[in-house]
Design a protein around this ligand. Structure first.
Ligand code: FAD
Length: 397
């Protein structure tokens, strides 16, 4: 079976890895000229971690990971106001990895037969009897048995095959941005734990990296989903006056092409497949950063899809089976994420206070389970989704 995957992000690369391991022929096309350097820290746990172990990639993920045993909520004056123990929070193991590092591990471990074409975008899709023809921005036309749209929240495949983005994108009222910068004083101030400003309607998070740099992610409320023409200026304006190390970070904003900036949104598509085209990852079911599990669900989704393609009697039955098994998992995560919006970014002093109390209580063993369920949703194991499949992975302690 020949598969074309649009998008060399986490979901697309994971699927390429898995399909090639199962004997398929795979071409990945990626719009970016090379691996994307724009980075933010990803908390990686749950079914995605199980899939990574089943794919034999856990040691490489562990080598690339950071360990932040605690998270601190920090006030304008630099004082710690609450602490979260990240270990208990994920109901099992949690690895923190920069997004480009996850993509690098997946890309480095791709079997040699997988072709990855950087710098070419998918621009057209033509369904044919028994297959699909894909047009690329360089004029090439690729014939395949299956096209997978793993091209992210603003997916081109989804627009071409299923219709305009407005039908499927649910804006959650927030903008987010992320970048890395070099400031030894900020690195020193944040190196013991993941730090988040304890501020209403806008917050900045900081992770000290091994190379001396700091990764920051930012999120603020905005009624207007439209993205700014000048993200650097928009960031300076939205995050002015937060105190502590934030002015130093705002001095270090890199050029626009090194900044990740987007709406915070979910994708809800009534169907994930049409004929010989199927959507995967954020393109099909973005859960948003409020869920903190999009990467995990992208990799685990790729694992489930590849399994169905290897075992179902036809491609159409495989894609339908994938959706039947995986949709309930992601819909539960999406609902959970929406219900968390108030606590992810509180908008009043009293909500900030409640969040601090809940975090303090979450350190009490008896309460940890309740907080974990509220934050991460139901416990899902890959082996329960794919009964009979030898998912030997048990990454939980
Ligand atoms: C600030 C932030 C923090 C997050 N934190 C977490 C976290 O803690 N834990 C977690 O699990 N998840 C987290 N997420 C979510 C996670 O990053 C995403 O869910 C995940 O990266 C989605 O991967 P993907 O491969 O499906 O899509 P993407 O990463 O969007 O990849 C899509 C790829 O397709 C390419 N592409 C687009 N159009 C075309 C085209 N026409 N032709 C060819 N290529 C194309 C793009 O260039 C891109 O490389 C976070 C997200 C953000 C923004």
């Amino acid at each position: 079976m020949r598969t074309v995957i649009s998008g060399a992000g986490i979901s697309g690369l994971a699927l390429a890895h898995r399909l090639a391991a199962l004997g398929g022929e795979v071409v990945v096309v990626e719009r970016a000229p090379g691996p994307r350097p724009q980075g933010y820290m990803i908390d990686f746990f749950g079914p995605g971690l199980e899939a990574v172990e089943a794919m034999g990639l856990l040691p490489a993920f562990e080598r690339a990971a950071y360990d932040y045993p605690e998270g601190h909520l920090v006030g304008e004056d630099g004082r710690r106001r609450a602490t979260l123990r990240t270990k208990g929070f994920a109901r099992g193991r949690l690895l923190s990895l920069m997004r480009p590092d996850i993509e690098a591990v997946l890309a480095e471990h791709l079997p040699a037969e997988v072709e990855v074409r950087y710098g070419v975008a998918l621009t057209g899709v033509d369904e044919r009897a028994g297959g699909v023809a894909v047009t690329l921005s360089d004029g090439a036309v690729l014939e395949a048995d299956l096209l997978v749209g793993a091209d992210g929240i603003h997916s081109t495949v989804r627009r071409l095959v299923f219709g305009p983005e407005e039908r499927y994108l649910r804006y959650l009222g927030l903008h987010t941005a992320a970048f890395t910068f070099d400031a030894p004083d900020v690195h020193a101030a944040t190196r013991r734990a993941f730090c988040l400003t304890d501020s209403a309607d806008r917050q900045m998070g900081f992770y000290a990296l091994r190379n001396g740099r700091v990764a920051t992610f930012l999120v603020h409320r905005s009624a207007d989903p439209a993205l700014p023409d000048d993200p650097r200026e928009a960031i300076r304006r939205a995050y002015a006056g937060l105190g502590w190390v934030t002015p130093r970070a705002l001095e270090q904003i890199p050029p626009a092409e090194e900044i990740y900036y987007d709406q915070v949104a979910q994708i809800e598509t009534p169907r994930w497949s049409s004929g010989r085209t199927v959507l995967l990852g954020d393109a099909a079911y973005a859960v948003s950063l409020l869920a903190g599990q999009g990467a995990s669900l992208g990799i685990a989704g790729a694992y489930v899809l590849a399994d169905r393609l290897a075992h179902a009697p036809s491609i159409e039955e495989a894609t339908a089976g994938f959706e039947r098994m995986w949709r309930p998992v992601v819909e539960e995560r999406q609902r959970n994420a929406r219900s968390l919006a108030r606590w992810f970014l509180p908008s009043s002093r009293s909500d900030l206070r409640i969040r601090r109390v809940v975090l303090a209580l979450s350190r009490v063993p008896f309460v940890t389970g309740f907080v974990t369920s509220a934050l991460t949703g139901k416990d899902v194991r890959l082996a329960d989704i794919l009964p009979g499949t030898p998912v030997a992975a048990r990454t939980r302690p």
